[in-house]
Design a binder for this molecule. Structure first.
Ligand code: ASP
Ligand code: MG
Length: 242
């Protein structure tokens, strides 16, 4: 069996067509090296903020159910575009929404928790030789199409999607790709002499996340801790080990 890697690319890594082609190039490289891949994507750039502002311009009290359906479109968009970019590079790939990927959640719109993941569809696509691109940050309630509602997992929720999929699929690696080269003592985009931390425990990482580090969603760190998922945070724009 090939090595299975779950990767996640954040919004800044997918901000425009050029970056999407670059991300597809990285995925293609790992695919050609022989790995099976499940790739979780965030919405492009500031899409989620823009959608939230749009809703706020329409009404002071957006319906939570409609809000989740709206926000989920951001990840649908990037998933399809990354998939098309892979096709253009000769790589077989398919994009799945969170619900199509089998991600079931509770009913708490805007801050849903993953209840379970049915990996059958993802496994089938992997077995057909496809890279599976999964829309992050979303899932659905219920089992059937006639009851299911789309939910979102809270801001930064694509990290949680990635760690949950890595745990459920028993992936050999879970890689979070972002615009910095790993976990630092402070935000390296703000603090000049921030130091890279080569390895950090879950508890310490949780503390950083609670103190406001945005590099990973708190829930993703918790989920990694509970399921013993080794998470590597790396840069989309370099080959630094992270
Ligand atoms: N697009 C969502 C957000 O901006 C989820 C994510 O990026 O992880 O919060
Ligand atoms: Mg993030």
């Amino acid at each position: 069996m090939s090595r299975l890697i779950v990767q996640k690319y954040g919004g800044s890594s997918l901000a425009d067509a050029e970056r999407i082609r670059h991300v597809a190039g990285r995925i293609a490289r790992d695919r050609r090296a022989g790995s099976d891949l499940v790739v979780v994507v965030s919405a492009m750039g500031d899409t989620t903020d823009h959608l939230t502002e749009l809703a706020a311009a329409i009404t002071d009290e957006p319906d939570p159910r409609e809000m989740d359906l709206l926000l989920a479109t951001g990840e649908h968009m990037s998933g399809t575009l990354v998939t098309m970019a892979l096709h253009a590079q000769g790589i077989e790939a398919v994009s799945l929404t969170g619900p199509q990927a089998g991600i079931r959640t509770d009913t708490a719109h805007g801050r849903a928790r993953i209840a379970n993941i049915d990996p059958a569809r993802m496994r089938r696509e992997i077995d057909r030789g496809r890279v599976v691109i999964v829309a992050g940050f979303q899932g659905s309630t219920g089992e059937g199409y006639d009851t299911a509602e789309i939910t979102t997992l809270g801001r930064g929720g694509s990290d949680t999607t990635a760690v949950a999929l890595a745990a459920r699929l028993r992936a050999d690696a879970c890689e979070i790709y972002t615009d910095v080269e790993g976990i630092f003592t402070a935000d390296p985009r703000v603090v000049q002499d921030a130091q890279l931390i080569p390895t950090i425990g879950y508890e310490e990482m949780l503390e950083l996340a609670h103190q406001g580090a945005t590099v990973m969603q708190t829930r993703a760190v918790e989920l990694g801790w509970v399921n013993d998922v080794v998470i590597r945070v790396r840069s989309t724009f370099s080959d630094h080990p992270g």
